[in-house]
Structure formats: C-alpha cells, structure tokens
Write a protein that binds this ligand. Structure first.
Ligand code: ATP
Ligand code: MG
Length: 373
C-alpha cells in the first residue's frame, strides 16, 4: 500500500503520516490481513482507525460523552426529541469483510481472534455479499466475554448485538433507524430500542427505564438524535456504577484513580437529580459504600490466607486454534495471563484464563507485612 495514497484518503499530509509511522500509527501483520492502526486520535482521525492493505479504511468508533444530569443535558444537547437505546455492557467491536474474510476489530483497532470467531458464527455472510463496504458496530456481551464478563444477558456464551452501521472509508454512522432496519432485514440481534421521546418528557421516561435496567443488573442507555445529526450521549444506572466499583476494588491497585472517582461523582449527581427520599438515599449510600469495601475486604482476606489475587475469566471457542490465537493476542496487548487446558463442552471448548494482577498482589502483600503506604 502506498503511504502517500493512504495519507491523502485520511486527509493528512504524506510527511505527517511518515512521521507518525511507528509511533501513533503502527503496522501489524498478525492476525491477517495486514493493517495500519491508529493508536491515538490525531487530526480528527479517531483512535482505533485501521487501514487495510488494499487501502480500505475502517474509522474508529466515536467517543460517546456522558450526561451527569439527564434533564439539563438533554435540553442542552438535543433539539427535536430523542431515541433511547439500551447501552449494553461488553466490548465494542467493528465487524467488516476484508478480502473475503470477516474480521472483528476491538476499540483500539486490533483484530481480536476470539471476537472474530464469534462474528463469523453469528453474522450471516449474506450481509457482506449484499453490502461489501458495510461496517457493523456492536457490543459483544455475555458470561464468556473475557474483557467484560456479564451474566445478565440471555446467553451462555458471548453474543453480538448491533448498535450502529457505518461504511469503509466513511467516518459517519448511519443512525439508529437505519441500524435497526438492517438488523431486522438480516435477522441480526440488535440493542433494544425503548422508543422516541419528546425533549420535555424524556428525562422522566429515562429515569424509569434506568431504574428498571439497574434492577436487572443492566448498564444503562445511549440517547440518540432521531435525525442522526447530533452525537449521542450515555447515561448509566447506579447498580452498574456500583458493580464496576465492586469489581475494580477487588483489584484496587491496578486501576487508575479516575475510574473510582468518576463513578462516585455520578452517584452524587444522580442522587440530587432524582431528589431521593431519605430512605432511598440511605440505600444508595449503603450500595456505594458496600460495593467499594466488600470486595476489597475479600482481596485483603484472601491475601492474608496466602492466596494469590487473580482475575479469572473463561472463553468458549469452537476451534482450539482460536484459543491459541487469543492467547497470543493478549500477550501482544501486554496482558499477563495463564491459560488452563481446554475442556470439551457443548458448543466447543471452554478455556479458563487466569490473569495476574501484579500491582494489587504486591501492594496488599507489602501492607500486611507491615510496610507503610
Ligand atoms: P467512550 O470512549 O465511547 O466514552 P468507553 O470506552 O468509556 O467509551 P462506555 O462507557 O462503555 O465505553 O461507552 C461507550 C460504548 O458503549 C460504545 O463504545 C459501545 O461499545 C457501547 N454501547 C453499548 N450499547 C450501545 C448503544 N446502544 N449505542 C452505542 N454504543 C453502545
Ligand atoms: Mg462499555
């Protein structure tokens, strides 16, 4: 591929592209097909943007900003009503057909061998035969999601849910109505669409939706412009924020401080916006406090009992080679993990993955041995 031609299509100068190569833009030969990957966002090109060998570009999925208070955010941000979709909690993939093969790209622009296998199993090849340029953006969710394992969805393994559609070479998403129409046409799962609401009533409707989703352990919503002219915004349930905290405090020293802080702040704004009665507020306080302390207590107790702190996930692969490739993929991402031998199971092979959480291990050990913080 000629670097100059690629730069031109991306709208940057050839010299700039040359300078970024090996730093912001990295090339990858594995897994096939060969590609160039944008590690960071530059000059309006989203991080995770990928350029394949035959100059096919798949742009990164745009960042979705967060509403902290629904009512004022909706009023400020939208003009003619909103569409409300469920925000599913898994990992973002962009699925495209490149040189006759379907591949699934992670948010960062890596081809994930495991997500690719799932995409090939679940997405009808017909859609790429009819629309070779299409890029299907969706969430991979379920208990066998090694990045974000969640038991709350109706699957035993990992399923793909479509939430946006784009095209190779295009930065734009085609919007919620087009996405749901396509999913319907090809019998694909898509995220739930709760409906369209006027600006006036939307915040109250969403409050009810969020409380309901939260009670089911689900994450939240993405609020979209029906005309697809304004960018979407996201909003999440207290239960989901707290579940994140519970998970993160188990490995408290391996997460950035902002992960914790941003979630606590969300609870503050939500408590005020929903002007909770004292008993509901007490419940929120308990939920928030418990989510942070209970898992951390378990971590310290486990370490005191001499157990290593590991993060355990499991994948379900059809082909054993996929598990080997996924191991290589994690190694490439800088994740230290041990793979157990595969076990035969309905639908393929189960492989347990134990990820070492070094920093939390070392810190906890040092504290219980009497070292100072
Ligand atoms: P971002 O950089 O977009 O803020 P993040 O990596 O912090 O994202 P999230 O907080 O999970 O991730 O929020 C955005 C992500 O939500 C999207 O990238 C997408 O993977 C996921 N998502 C789930 N459901 C939807 C939906 N209905 N519409 C759009 N995105 C959705
Ligand atoms: Mg997410």
């Amino acid at each position: 591929m000629s670097l100059g031609a690629v730069a031109e299509r991306l709208g940057i100068s050839a010299e700039r592209m040359e300078r970024m190569l090996g730093r912001v833009v990295r090339s990858s030969d594995w897994p096939a097909p060969r590609l160039l990957r944008f590690d960071k966002a530059v000059s309006g090109i989203e991080a995770g943007t990928v350029v394949f060998d035959r100059d096919e570009i798949v742009y990164g999925y745009p960042k979705i900003r967060r509403a902290m208070m629904l009512e004022p955010a909706i009023r400020r941000h939208f003009s003619d009503g909103v569409l409300v979709e469920e925000k599913m909690n898994g990992h973002n993939v962009r699925v495209a057909n490149v040189g006759g093969e379907t591949v699934a790209l992670t948010r960062g622009g890596f081809i994930c061998p495991y997500s690719t296998e799932v995409a090939r199993d679940q997405i009808s090849p017909e859609i790429f035969a009819d629309h070779p340029e299409i890029v299907l953006c969706g969430e991979m969710v379920g208990p066998k999601n090694p990045y974000v394992p969640k038991e709350v969805y109706p699957t035993e393994s990992m399923d793909f849910y479509l939430f946006d559609v784009s095209r190779k070479g295009a930065r734009e998403m085609e919007g919620s109505p087009a996405t749901h129409a396509l999913a319907e046409e090809y019998g694909m799962r898509s995220v739930r669409l709760f409906g369209e609401f006027g600006i006036e009533g939307a915040a109250a409707e969403i409050e009810e939706i969020i409380k309901d989703l939260g009670a089911q352990g689900r994450e939240g919503v993405v609020i979209k412009d029906p005309a697809n002219l304004l960018s979407p915004i996201k909003y999440t349930s207290s239960e989901s924020n707290c579940r994140d905290l519970e998970f993160a405090f188990r490995y408290y020293n391996d997460y950035g401080l902002d992960f914790f802080f941003s979630r606590v702040v969300r609870e503050g704004f939500q408590a005020v916006e929903w002007s909770e009665a004292e008993d509901e507020f007490q419940e929120r306080c308990l939920r928030l406090g418990r989510s942070m302390l209970s898992s951390m207590r378990e971590t310290v107790e486990a370490k005191m009992a001499g157990e290593p702190i590991v993060q355990e996930v499991e994948i379900l692969v059809r082909d054993l080679q996929t598990a080997k490739d996924f191991e290589e993929h994690l190694r490439r991402m800088g994740v230290r993990a041990a793979f157990d031998p595969p076990r035969v199971s309905p639908g393929g092979h189960l492989v347990k993955i134990k990820r070492l959480v070094m920093s939390t291990n070392d810190k906890t050990e040092s504290v219980i041995e009497g070292h100072l913080w």
